[in-house]
Design a binder for this molecule. Sequence first.
Ligand SMILES: [Zn+2]
Length: 85
Amino acid sequence: MTPPAERRLPVRTCVLCRARRPAGALVRVRAGGSMGPGPGRGAWLCTGRRCVEDPRARSALSRALRSEVSDDDLDSVRSGAAFGP
Ligand SMILES: [Zn+2]
C-alpha cells in the first residue's frame, strides 16, 4: 500500500550500491564527514547497515565527494545514521 505522496519523494542514488531509493532511506554525507543538508558537495549512502557498514563505503564516499573521508568521519555517519529496520 503506497500513498500517492510517495511517488513524489525525491529519489537519490547510493554511492556504494547505486540503488535508487527515497531520500529518507539514505543519509547525505557532506565533504568533511558531516551529515544532512547544507552547502557543499554531498553524497548519498543507504542508511541500511549493508552500505553504511561496508568497508568500501569510505572510498566510495571519498570518490564521490572528491575529498578524503576519514574513518572518524565515517564513524560519525554510522553513529548518526538513523538505521531503519
Ligand atoms: Zn547503498
